[in-house]
Design a protein around this ligand. Structure first.
Ligand code: ADP
Ligand code: MG
Ligand code: ZN
Length: 480
């Protein structure tokens, strides 16, 4: 019985103003080859100067992932030929990376499964090839070097991931944390988060690792899952037929729903790594590492636990509300104006998320302030409006930007909950329905539903349903 063994390498573009070794802007979407200079083009005689802020963001990343950060690390040249790499080498880190031995816990309150992170290192990005396939503007392949020298951290896991689903969870959690700490946009479309998956099969219970392949071109987390499932089947079949897995670099092809071979798997010898002679070693002082660590925001796991204990909301709600830092902040701000945290959390997770999805906006762009949302939830709690009406009212808040109180007083949507008003309406209804009243007296208690319906209609649905029920019953039982 074979089981999959998976390790993931993730490249994350850091959100700096400028590139890692020169002053060119680090920006996506500019016209090709407009954000370049002699340094990032690799012209002879130029020298790299390390961007301090890129280092800061890398330390932040490593701290959030529980790594041990080295006081000393070394840049190295990774040599290979490709058209998008004008220097003929990439400046990376090799045998002395910036950080080691971290971990990431997979989602969930009680999940104990941790994925170990073997290393995190800093490196520069390469340029980008543009091909006529899928790009109608060009009729031949071209090269855009704007991305050359964009700062990256590479995050490498131990082969601890046991299934495509775990791979998906690992990446989702990683992305969540990176967004929390604000080091990257983590946009797969824009390529600011890219991952490769290494996979082999081993016999269950054995320590012996199988031969692995590396999957590239995984443009979404969904593709990661699909590609891994495909590759698990392929390798299992090979092995059960007594054939061998060949170490290869493969690419996922979504249109084929299959994999294509890129090249046989390179080994580190192929890259002829050697220390980068143009950069001194990277030295990090303990006090700087400590400062950066102390500036980390509260991370998703801690925040979720705190939401459960401080606000008394269910675990699922706490997990969903802490999915992004912006949503969590919205909830906390609203909760400071609200007495019913559970109702507030339900409201945000159903009504607000629905509206955001419909309008394709983020919570940051949402026009209803947390305080106004809290105001609405308070109104529902006070019984002045029904849940049904609250939904309409909320839509009106989104449309007009007004508070719930203001719309309510302008519109007359407020529930009629004055017993005197309701009694009058009920008496009218009973007076005009002598047959039904008689039927009730004769034991047909179900007819009360009809009478309540009639009263509700009289009030255009605005009667407080609980109170209406109570008074109706009293009137019927007391009238002779
Ligand atoms: P490379 O030099 O090819 O990048 P690394 O040693 O850096 O290789 O490992 C890259 C990734 O491959 C890591 O995430 C590691 O956990 C994973 N890996 C290594 N060996 C195996 C294996 N036999 N099966 C699955 N994944 C593996
Ligand atoms: Mg690698
Ligand atoms: Zn440059």
């Amino acid at each position: 019985m074979y089981i999959p063994v998976i390790g993931i390498e993730t490249h994350v573009q850091l959100k700096t103003e400028t590139k890692i070794f020169c002053g060119c802007a680090n920006r996506y979407g500019n016209a090709p080859n407009t954000l370049v200079c002699p340094v990032c083009l690799g012209l002879p005689g130029t020298l790299p100067v390390l961007n301090e802020y890129a280092v800061e963001l890398a330390v932040k990343t490593a701290s959030a992932l529980g790594c041990t950060i080295s006081n000393k690390s070394v840049f190295a040249r990774k040599n290979y030929f490709y058209p998008d790499l004008p220097k003929g080498y990439q400046i990376s880190q090799y045998d002395e990376p910036m950080a080691k031995d971290g971990w990431l816990r997979l989602s969930g309150h009680r999940t104990e499964k941790k994925i170990r992170i073997s290393r995190i290192h800093l490196e520069e990005d390469a340029g980008k090839m543009l091909h006529p396939e899928g790009n109608i503007e060009i009729s031949e392949s071209r090269i855009d070097l704007n991305r050359c020298g964009v700062p990256l951290v590479e995050i490498v896991t131990e082969p601890d991931i046991g299934s495509p689903q775990e791979a998906y969870e690992y990446l989702s959690r990683l992305r969540q944390i990176l967004l929390y700490i604000g080091v990257s946009d983590c946009s797969m479309e824009e390529g600011s988060l890219r991952c490769d998956a290494n996979i082999s099969m081993k016999i269950k219970g054995s320590d012996l690792m199988g031969q692995r392949t590396e999957l590239k071109n995984l443009n979404s987390f969904k593709f990661v899952k699909k590609a891994l499932e495909f590759e698990i089947n392929r390798q299992s079949e090979l092995l059960s037929n007594g054939e061998k897995v060949i170490p290869e670099t493969l690419a996922w092809d979504e249109t084929l729903s299959g994999i294509v071979k890129l090249r046989s798997k390179e080994t580190s010898e192929d890259y002829r790594y050697f220390p980068e002679p143009d950069l001194i070693q990277l030295t990090l002082k303990d006090q700087d590492i400590k400062r950066i660590r102390s500036e980390l925001p509260e991370l998703p796991d801690q925040k979720r636990e705190r939401f459960i204990s401080d606000y008394g909301i269910p675990e699922n709600n706490a997990a969903a509300l802490t999915s992004t830092i912006e949503l969590a902040e919205y909830f906390e701000e609203a909760a400071s104006h609200c007495t019913d945290n559970k109702k507030l959390s339900d409201w945000i997770l159903s009504e607000i998320l629905n509206i955001l999805r419909e309008n394709r906006v983020s919570i940051k762009e949402f026009r209803i302030s947390p305080e106004k949302t809290a105001g609405l939830v308070e109104l529902i709690g006070s019984g002045r409006i029904s849940g049904r009406i609250a939904k309409d009212l909320f839509r009106e808040m989104v449309r007009s930007g007004n508070s719930a109180e203001k719309i309510l007083s302008d519109s007359g949507l407020e529930l009629i909950s004055d017993p005197v008003d309701l009694e009058k309406i009920i008496e009218d209804v009973l007076g005009s329905s002598p047959e039904e009243v008689l039927s009730y007296k004769n034991g047909n208690v179900k007819i009360i539903g009809f009478l309540i319906g009639k009263a509700m209609k009289e009030t255009n649905g605005k009667a407080d349903p609980v109170l209406l029920n109570k008074i109706m019953k009293e009137k019927l039982d007391n009238c002779t």
